[in-house]
Structures are given as structure tokens and as C-alpha cells.
Ligand binder design. Structure first.
Ligand SMILES: Nc1ncnc2c1ncn2[C@@H]1O[C@H](COP(=O)(O)OP(=O)(O)O)[C@@H](O)[C@H]1O
Ligand SMILES: [Mg+2]
Length: 235
């Protein structure tokens, strides 16, 4: 479904991604684990068209999307839930969700997706008339994911959905990620929380200082001494 082929991405003269390659098959949950500053957000921003790779290519269903406008990429079926949620605090929950569907013209189908999102997140339904800025951190993360789903993506990019959430909520969010995946959406998840990410993923990559240093099935990485030492608290 997605093939990232040896991309180099720069901020000015700082190189944030160095020859990064990856593949995602339809139906998978693939995770990128790595420390703060490793290049995880840069990777997602490059796939979703917010940054342009200097070298290399990104193929989505066989067609190059590298450097295309972000709106075009959303229209083709890739939605990005950015790090730190970025919801619109002064708009209601419902209005935030509406914005997620703003490139779509199929009004009846949009109504169905509202129902799906409210089914997935009953909290958002209860709070649909409330200003998004008054939601808790966990509810804001739910809203950010719900808003991305309103574009009806085939590939969902999630940037550290567990960041700053209490352990119980982290579990809830990861359960919902699995539910979204079982209903047919392919997922690329980047996380510092390697334990949780590997528990839901099919395959995983480890990124260090802008380079992929390890990849394999989630099981293989969970068992790897290198991963245990660096990312799973050493046990
Ligand atoms: N807007 C920016 N300008 C300059 N450097 C940046 C910018 N955003 C990120 N970087 C740098 O790029 C590298 C990768 O950052 P990032 O992709 O945000 O990492 P992660 O998401 O894994 O924490 C870091 O060294 C970071 O300091
Ligand atoms: Mg990041």
C-alpha cells in the first residue's frame, strides 16, 4: 500500500531523515519506535505532504505522492493525527469533526461516519456541543483521531497518541486503534511507548537519529535484546 524509498528530509541544513525506507501492506498496523528527536514526526509529516523529501520517493498504491499537496494526499486516503492533537479549542466537538470531512462531497456518507465515530467514542457523542478546549487530554486525543477518521482514510498516520495520557487511558486509546484497524483501516503508528506500540503492531521499525536501525515482526522486536535494553526498560 505504501512504500517509502530511501528518503532524505532536511530542516534547512539539518538532516532529520537519512535514507529511510519502509513498506506498509494493506490491513497492517506498522509501528515506528524511537526516542525523542529520532525523526518520527518528520517521517509522518513527509508522508502526509507537510514536508518534501530532498531525495528518495514515496509510493502510495504504486503512485508517487512525494511532495504533493497535503490536501491531495488526504483526498487519496491518507489522514494524519499530529503530535499534540491540534484540535480547534474554540470550536465544538461536532464542528471539529465536521472539519475532518471538509474535502468530501458525499453528504449521506459523512453522516454515517459521524455515527461511526460516535460509536467508537461515546464520550465525544456526550460532549458533541461542548467546546473542544474544555475536553480532557484523553478526550482531545479521541477527538483528534475522530477528526482524522471523518476523512474516511484508508491509511491512518498516528503520531504518539499515548503522549501525556494516564495508563488507563493509554490502554483505551490502543484498544480503539486495534478496533479501527479491524474495521479495515491500515495504520502507521509512531510511538515512544514501545511496549504498547509493539503490543498492537504486526511489524515494527526502530529509528535512531534519522535512520532505520532495525525492523521485523513485532514479536521479533519484542524479543530483541537491543530493543529490550534501549526501549523496553531493560527487562
Ligand atoms: N521545524 C524544525 N526545524 C529544525 N529542526 C527540526 C524541526 N522539527 C524537528 N527538527 C529536528 O529534526 C529531528 C527529528 O525531529 P522529530 O521528527 O520531531 O523527532 P521525533 O518525532 O522522533 O521526536 C530532531 O533533531 C529535531 O530537533
Ligand atoms: Mg515527534
Amino acid at each position: 500500500m505504501l512504500k517509502v524509498d530511501s528518503i532524505d528530509v532536511f530542516y534547512g541544513n539539518i538532516q532529520a531523515l537519512k535514507g529511510v525506507s519502509l513498506e506498509i501492506n494493506e490491513g497492517e498496523i506498522v509501528t515506528f519506535i524511537g526516542a525523542n528527536g529520532a525523526g518520527k514526526s518528520t517521517l509522518l509529516k513527509t508522508i502526509s505532504g507537510l514536508l518534501k523529501p530532498k531525495n528518495g520517493d514515496i509510493l502510495y498504491e504504486g503512485q508517487s505522492i512525494a511532495g504533493k499537496a497535503a490536501q491531495m494526499i488526504v483526498k487519496q486516503g491518507i489522514s494524519h493525527v499530529p503530535e499534540g492533537r491540534r484540535i480547534f479549542a474554540n470550536m465544538t466537538v461536532e464542528e471539529n469533526l465536521e472539519l475532518g470531512a471538509f474535502l468530501r462531497k458525499d453528504k449521506n456518507e459523512i453522516q454515517k461516519d459521524f455515527e461511526k465515530v460516535y460509536h467508537l467514542f461515546p464520550r465525544l457523542h456526550e460532549r458533541r456541543k461542548q467546546l473542544a478546549g474544555t475536553l480532557s487530554g484523553g478526550e482531545q486525543q479521541m477527538l483528534a483521531i475522530g477528526r482524522a477518521l471523518m476523512a474516511r482514510p484508508r491509511l491512518l498516520l498516528l503520531d504518539e497518541p499515548s503522549m501525556g495520557l494516564a495508563p488507563l487511558l493509554v490502554k483505551t486509546i490502543f484498544r480503539i486503534i486495534e478496533e479501527i484497524n479491524s474495521s479495515g483501516t491500515t495504520i502507521l503508528l509512531v510511538e515512544q511507548n514501545a511496549n504498547m506500540a509493539l503490543s498492537v503492531a504486526d511489524r515494527a521499525y526502530v529509528i535512531e537519529s534519522g535512520r532505520v536501525v532495525l525492523s521485523g515482526s513485532a514479536e521479533e522486536l519484542n524479543a530483541s535484546e537491543q530493543v529490550k535494553m534501549a526501549y523496553l526498560g531493560g527487562h
